[in-house]
Design a protein around this ligand. Sequence first.
Ligand code: MG
Ligand code: MG
Length: 269
Amino acid sequence: MIYLKSEAEIDKMRRSAQLVSRTLAEVAKHIEPGVSTLKLDHVAEEFIKRHDARAAFKGYGSPNNPFPATLCISINEEVVHGIPSERTLKEGDIVSIDCGVEKDGYFGDHAYTFTVGECDEESHRLLRTTLQSLYKGIEQAVHGNKIGDISHAIQTHCEEEGFGVVRDLVGHGLGKHLHEDPSVPNFGRKGRGQRLRTGLALAIEPMITAGSWKVNTLDDGWTIVTADGSRAAHFEHDVIVREGEAEILSTFDYITEITKKEIIDSRYG
Ligand code: MG
Ligand code: MG
């Protein structure tokens, strides 16, 4: 069921989204060759606790195999849901970090893909295109449009660049729950699907590969990898549908203050 948020609820969601933004920036300070992904997870866990919030991913999922960590950390051919471990980052890796928090009963959930040291040009092009597609999707998240308009904008942009659009995982509504209706696929047709109305809160999250869109799940039951071993990128923002222009609750500004790396020249570049 879809429900629209009041301005009071949106205020709480904005605080949750901004806490995720600040957590990702805190993690960004530690991203370098040699750091373990478990260390990054501890940084995030401590930061979230200090801000009186709960890490939303920890314990998420089925009781037999709940997600064990604060962050999903996915390296190179891992698309999403990678589990932090003693594995260390290496020069030239790309690493997608997804973080969720619950604060005052409302969720924030967003993600960024970082480069580790110097990366090859194809990886930069993948990251740039995925980020551009996120903003192209957000441009469509306005009152009166349909979910398919968001999906189509993301898919078209990424496929024009020769990249694969993952089908098995999609964006979603959020608010009092980490995942709410509606689903927000990164592929689809213009003018199709649910109509968007002011106050609808969406997590828009293109998951894009440098090769085929096909993915597999590793034996840990969580980590999603590309079937062909190509690299993948993932960027996610929390947005509110409004008249004329969506409001983006989350921000990458804190991250770029730390990394000093702009992977695109401008938001819509
Ligand atoms: Mg996420
Ligand atoms: Mg999400």
